[in-house]
Design a protein around this ligand. Sequence first.
Ligand SMILES: Cc1cc2nc3c(=O)[nH]c(=O)nc-3n(C[C@H](O)[C@H](O)[C@H](O)COP(=O)(O)OP(=O)(O)OC[C@H]3O[C@@H](n4cnc5c(N)ncnc54)[C@H](O)[C@@H]3O)c2cc1C
Length: 469
Amino acid sequence: MSTTGRTDTVNGGISFWYAQDGIAAPREPLPGDATADVCIVGGGYTGLWTAYYLKKAVPFLNITVLEAAFCGYGASGRNGGWLYNGIAGRDRYARRHGHEPAVRLQRAMNESVTEVIDVCAAEGIDADVHRGGVLEVARSPAQSARLRAYHSVELAFGETDRVLLGARDTADRIRVAGAVASTWTPHGARVHPVKLVKGLAAAVEALGVTVHESTPVTEIRPKHAVTPYGTVRAPYVLRCTEGFTAGIKGQRRAWLPMNSSMIATEPLAPEFWESTGWSGRETLGDMAHAYVYAQRTADDRIAIGGRGVPYRYGSRTDNDGRTQPATIAALHEILLQFFPQAARARIDHAWSGVLGVPRDWCATVTLDRATGLGWAGGYVGSGVTTANLAARTLRDLIQQDSGQGGPTELTSLPWVGHKVRKWEPEPLRWLGVQALYAAYRGADRREAAARSAETDRVAKLADRVSGRH
Ligand SMILES: Cc1cc2nc3c(=O)[nH]c(=O)nc-3n(C[C@H](O)[C@H](O)[C@H](O)COP(=O)(O)OP(=O)(O)OC[C@H]3O[C@@H](n4cnc5c(N)ncnc54)[C@H](O)[C@@H]3O)c2cc1C
C-alpha cells in the first residue's frame, strides 16, 4: 500500500473492502497433476457461483476451482456493490433475437437480484445486503433527455415497477446537487462485495468443492487446465477470468481489460445523512457518458467509482488495485459536485480493478459441447448479479450436455452461445479506448455547460464507432 496526494488516503491494497474485512486465510496451491469432473478457472463471483450451483445440483461431482491469487482478488473483491438488474448487451440481443427473448433475459436478471439475496440468507452470508433499489440521476438537460429515453426503454423491457421522478421527488429520495430528474427501480440492492465473495468461497468449500489458490492457469485446452504446479484434467473446463482473460494463452484479444476506480470516504456524520436524506440506502448513479456509481456503506461512508484511466497498453491489468492520483482527484471532484457538504470529508481509500469488455459490449455465457470448454463474462461493469445468472446457466448447460437434464428457460436465453469478434491488435486497441473515453469526458463537460437537451454529437459517434450501442 502507499499514499497519494493526500497523505491519509490509502491507495491500492486490493480495495477498501479488504482493508475493512481482511483477506481470508490462504488456501493451498494445486499440489500436482489432478483430475476432476469440472475444473473452474478463476475464483470470483462467476467461478464460485458456478461451483456452488453445480455442486448443489449434483453433490457427487468432483469440482476443482483454480485461482491465480486468492478468491475475490479480482473485480469481485473491488466493485461498487451494486447488486442490480443491468446486463450488458440486452438491447443488442433484442435487435438480433427479437424483443421477447430480451424481455426474458431482463426478467431473469430481475429474478437474479432476489436469488443472490435469498442464497445469502440461506447460507448465512452476511454481506451487508440492503435492498433499497437503484436511483440514477440526471444533472443536465442532455442527461435528463437520456434518462427519460432510458426509463421508457426499461419499461418496454417489462420493468413496470420502475418510476420516473422529477427534481422534487428526486430530492425526497436523495438530495444530489443539481439533480433535475431521476429514475428509480426496486431491482437493486447494496452489498459489501468482499463479504459476499468470501462468504461464497466458504459456502462452496463447505459443500465439498476443492479450491486451490496461488495457482495461475497458464493455458486452457480441451479437457486440460495447465498450471506451473501440474495439470488438471477434466471433461469440462470453465474460464471464469473476466478482466484477466487477456493474460491466458491465446486470449489476448478476447475481452479488453477496462479499469474502473473507486474512492471511499471516512464514515460521515449523522448531520451529513440528514442533509442528503439518503436514508433508503439506494445505490446511486448518474447519466453521464463516463458515468459514476455510488453506495452508502453499512458504516456510513460513501464509496463512489467511475472510469479513470480506462485501459492500459497491451491489455495489462493492475497493480494490486493502485490507481492514479489524477483519477482519485477526479472522483473526489465528482463526489463534491454531488454532495458539496462532503467538502471536509477525508478520503480514506482509493483503488481500482479490471472488468472485461467484449468487442460488441455484450455479456455472454457459453459451453462448447464439442470441446467441453465453457466461459462466462464480458459483463462490462455489470457483473455482480450477471455472474449469478451466468453460473446457473453454465450449470444447466453442463447438465444438458452430460445427459442429466434437457434445455431449460436459462439455456434458451439470447446471450447463451453468443460469438463476438476479437479486439483490434495494439496500438489500435489502446488508441481506440483512449480516444473513446476522451470523447466521453469531453462530451460530459460540454453537456454540463450547454442548456441543450441534445446528447453531444461526439458521444453519439463514439458509441457507434466503439460498438457500445
Ligand atoms: C472498480 C469496479 C467496480 C465495479 N462495480 C460494479 C457494481 O457495482 N455492480 C456490478 O454489477 N458490477 C460491478 N463491477 C463489475 C463486477 O465486479 C465484475 O463484473 C464481477 O465481479 C466479475 O466477476 P468474475 O468472477 O467474472 O471476475 P473476477 O472477480 O475478476 O474474478 C476473476 C478471477 O480469476 C482469477 N484469475 C485471473 N487469471 C487467472 C488465471 N490465469 N488462472 C487462475 N485464476 C485467474 C483472478 O485472480 C480473479 O480472482 C465493478 C468492477 C470494478 C473493477
